[in-house]
Design a protein around this ligand. Structure first.
Ligand SMILES: *[C@@H]1O[C@H](CO)[C@@H](O)[C@H](O)[C@H]1NC(C)=O
Ligand SMILES: *[C@@H]1O[C@H](CO)[C@@H](O)[C@H](O)[C@H]1NC(C)=O
Ligand SMILES: *[C@@H]1O[C@H](CO)[C@@H](O)[C@H](O)[C@H]1NC(C)=O
Ligand SMILES: *[C@@H]1O[C@H](CO)[C@@H](O)[C@H](O)[C@H]1NC(C)=O
Ligand SMILES: *[C@@H]1O[C@H](CO)[C@@H](O)[C@H](O)[C@H]1NC(C)=O
Length: 333
């Protein structure tokens, strides 16, 4: 409407009356109807524009510093790392990575505890680096822990000392996660593994549902992809159908133990890896002993996990690994 008014101002009143009087009624009706349509189209366009601008203003944690998502419509940019099903991996997040001895194509390591030099050296050996951080829990030892607000925190994570569920709807939480993704991009991780996005499956104390998890993974996907980072869906089997198109792989614990490997099969069908770990030694035993051959076979030959990238680890995720199948070398350094 604004544009039409200003265009008409350029025509003098005298000129307007003379051409208007010369037109037939039929022509006036057609022109009038056309103008009306243009006005409606502009009004609708303006409304949509305002809606989009409004939702961007309200985007969680966006105070003008975060880069805008490259692909707000969910398109995954070309060039992002997209491994195929069957890619081998190692999972080592307890300590900074020292010697890179296990022969795995992908190293999933802690984002905070490993610097760019270490990440570079893993990549220089032809491997890809997946950086772990907790996106859904507060950890009382992280350097950015003081940025969380009391209202961001829910119940304790059962069995994980010093961790509490996070309100993943919180703008403040999302802003902190944007900063962690900035760190992952600065350190040149190839992808990220944001843990604890399955609060809905736990007594989180914040009322977080599966719909919240889907929304949060969508947020993480846009934020990761816009930084050229690919993204894991960590566990969260219930939301696989909802988010499989916007994540590049699964990182998955204990599906043989919990008998839910079928939830992750859609990844294999889409030729995306399921980086799968089992902890047959249980919660408390972390040592360098190989597990018995029959126990190994019941994991590695499991048809439930056919096509998965399966490894056997200590639950503390130290550097001990017993990979399957056996083209990879054993490592207990
Ligand atoms: C963005 O928000 C964070 C946390 O609230 C703050 O530390 C930072 O200074 C803000 N940046 C700007 C440009 O407002
Ligand atoms: C999504 O956005 C990208 C980049 O802006 C664009 O190239 C692509 O065509 C869009 N896809 C759809 C389905 O709108
Ligand atoms: C990076 O980490 C490694 C191993 O922890 C350490 O030896 C090295 O000094 C660190 N480099 C920098 C630049 O901090
Ligand atoms: C994007 O990530 C891929 C895989 O990690 C890397 O090979 C590529 O160089 C990156 N592109 C840019 C523009 O950084
Ligand atoms: C494993 O090793 C066998 C024998 O050397 C070889 O034929 C096969 O291609 C290897 N598989 C993988 C996944 O590397």
């Amino acid at each position: 409407m604004f544009e039409i008014d200003s265009a008409q101002e350029k025509i003098s009143p005298a000129a307007r009356s003379s051409w208007w009087q010369r037109w037939s009624l039929r022509r006036k009706i057609i022109i009038g109807a056309t103008l009306l349509l243009v006005i409606i189209a502009l009004a609708v366009g303006l409304g949509v524009g305002l809606t989009i601008a409004g939702s961007e203003d309200e985007a969680p944690g966006d105070n003008g510093t975060a880069p805008p998502p490259v692909s707000p419509n969910g398109t995954i940019p070309a060039g992002i790392w997209k491994p195929v099903a069957g890619t081998t991996w190692n999972y080592e997040i307890l300590r900074p990575v020292g010697e890179v001895s296990a022969d795995a194509e992908v190293w999933d390591i802690d984002l905070f505890n490993n610097n760019e030099t270490v990440i570079n050296s893993i990549q220089a050996a032809g491997r890809k680096v997946l950086c772990y951080f907790s996106a859904g829990s507060y950890e009382d030892w992280r350097p950015d822990k003081d940025e969380f607000q009391e209202s961001d925190l829910g119940n304790d994570l059962v069995g994980w000392e010093g961790e509490k569920w996070l309100n993943t709807r919180s703008d403040n939480v999302r802003r902190i996660m944007q900063a962690r993704l900035d760190m992952a991009a600065q350190k040149r991780c190839d992808g990220v593994e944001p843990d604890n996005v399955d609060a809905y499956d736990n007594d989180n104390g914040l009322g977080l549902s599966e719909a919240d998890a889907q929304d949060y993974v969508t947020f993480l996907a846009n934020e990761a992809h816009s930084r050229n980072l690919s993204l894991a869906l960590k566990n969260a089997g219930n939301i696989v159908p909802a988010v499989i198109d916007i994540v590049e792989y699964s990182v998955q614990e204990q599906c043989i133990q919990y008998n839910n490997c079928n939830q992750f099969m859609p990844f294999i069908q889409a030729n995306k890896p399921v980086f799968h770990v089992e902890y047959p030694k249980g919660d408390d035993i972390n040592n360098n002993n190989l597990i018995a051959m029959d126990a190994e076979e019941s994991i590695c030959d499991s048809s439930a996990a056919a096509g998965f990238s399966t490894i056997i680890k200590n639950m503390d995720l130290d550097d001990w690994i017993q990979p399957c199948p056996t083209n990879q070398t054993y490592s207990g350094n």
